[in-house]
Design a protein around this ligand. Structure first.
Ligand code: NAD
Ligand code: WQD
Length: 355
């Protein structure tokens, strides 16, 4: 019997790529998403790329315990990957209650339903944002955590909850993955990041400038203590993030209890380096102008990626050129993201066809 993996937030940026990776490796995949930041169209594309359907896709809010319990009752769930969350740092400052409710409340609801159905294996989406203002890079999993915004607090709080649950229930097996900066897209150009409104993050903003949808990029500060003065980050291809989740599922039984891993490449890239790489790949100029630093930004965030390499004998393989090339392909083929006419406007719960 193939394993069944339930993926919350499965229609989202990272979730959709992970569903393809799981289908490609023979898993049965059930998704739960309320499409608050995604389109069910992404799931149709997942099935198209994988040339096999998802087992089921539910329009369910993870906080709705009754609906979630019905999903678990309908499938022999072996493991859960929990992506569903709100993720915009700035928005979390304006809407803290919504962020705690969805990110922390959603995780608690999921844990109680998992317990009810005796499902004990979980991969959790955490974030490098838990490290806050890092004094030195690269960051290991033992580097101090000091979240600086409500979003990052929700992720750290979920990690604490998972630690406590694992301490209480010896059968629990949890891997919390702290991703650095996921970017890129599926090489088919069918799946990618389709932010609603003005992008918060660098790569989708650069892509929209290159395609002519936005006039120019604001570079937030060039006086950081970095080689060219602009912020340095550890960009990781979303295909590597997806692969990392499939590998994590394969390693869930290595230990009981909870383990935390960074998911990054270990390589830092500055804003100017990323602009230059993108321009080269797209053969389009990326007009930009240096402005004031963005409040809350740090100079450099780079992972020490050696822990997963040692534990799973796995590491990322896609470089910055691949990240830019695949982002550009998705941007060119989907200049307005997933088509608005297909954006879901259906009932709150129920199964979608996705074959
Ligand atoms: P995303 O917004 O594209 O995906 C999240 C998905 O969860 C969306 O499909 C959304 O509709 C769904 N969702 C949100 N609230 C829900 C709810 N109450 N019930 C059901 N579904 C709900 O984001 P992403 O970039 O794919 O991120 C996935 C996960 O990874 C998130 O937990 C995020 O915090 C974490 N993460 C993302 C990044 C990043 O830069 N993209 C970095 C570190 C961690
Ligand atoms: C990258 C660099 C900016 C936009 C965020 C979240 C973090 C995690 C990953 C979820 C920085 C600069 C950006 C622009 C710019 N997500 N920049 N002009 O802030 O490192 O991390 O995504 O967990 O929690 O905070 O990513 O892409 O916003 O910024 O100059 O228009 O690009 O200053 O140096 P960040 P980012």
């Amino acid at each position: 019997m193939p394993e069944t993996v339930l993926v919350t937030g499965g229609a989202g940026f990272i979730g959709s790529h992970t569903c393809v990776e799981l289908l490609d490796h023979g898993y049965e995949v059930v998704t739960v998403d309320n499409y608050v930041n995604s389109s069910p169209q992404a799931l149709d594309r997942v099935a198209k790329i994988a040339r096999r359907p998802l087992t089921a896709a539910y329009d369910v809010d993870v906080r709705d315990r009754k609906a979630l319990s019905e999903v678990f009752a309908s499938h022999p769930v072996d493991a859960v990957i929990h992506f569903a969350a709100h993720k915009a740092v700035g928005e979390s400052v304006s809407l803290p209650t919504e962020y705690y409710d969805t990110n922390v409340g959603g995780t608690c609801a999921l844990l109680s339903v998992m317990r009810e159905h005796r499902v004990h294996r979980l991969v959790f989406s955490s974030s490098c944002s838990v490290y806050g203002d890092a004094e030195t890079v690269p960051l290991t999993e033992d580097s101090p955590v000091a979240p600086t915004n409500p979003y990052a607090c929700t992720k750290l709080m979920c990690e604490h909850i998972l630690q406590d649950v694992c301490a209480r229930l010896s059968e629990m097996k949890v891997l919390a993955l702290r991703y650095f900066n996921p970017v890129g897209a599926h090489p088919s150009g069918l799946l990618g990041e389709a932010p609603r409104g003005i992008p918060n993050n660098l790569m989708p903003y650069v892509a929209q400038v290159a395609v002519g949808r936005r006039e120019k990029l604001s570079v937030f500060g060039d006086d950081y203590p970095t080689p060219d003065g602009t912020g340095v980050r550890d960009y990781i291809h979303v295909m590597d993030v997806a692969e990392g989740h499939r590998v994590a599922v394969e390693h869930l039984d290595d230990h009981t209890g909870m383990q935390v891993f960074n998911l990054g490449t270990g390589t830092g890239t500055s804003v100017l380096q990323l602009i230059s790489a993108f321009s080269e790949v797209s053969r389009r100029p990326v007009p930009h102008q240096v402005v004031e630093r963005r409040a809350g930004d740090v100079a450099a965030l780079v992972a020490d990626a050696s822990a997963v390499a040692t534990a799973w004998r796995w590491s990322t393989t896609r470089d910055l050129t691949a990240m830019c090339r695949d982002t550009w392909r998705f941007q060119e083929l989907n200049p307005d993201g997933y088509s608005p006419d297909l954006v879901h406007a259906g009932p709150k719960t129920g199964e979608l066809s996705c074959g």
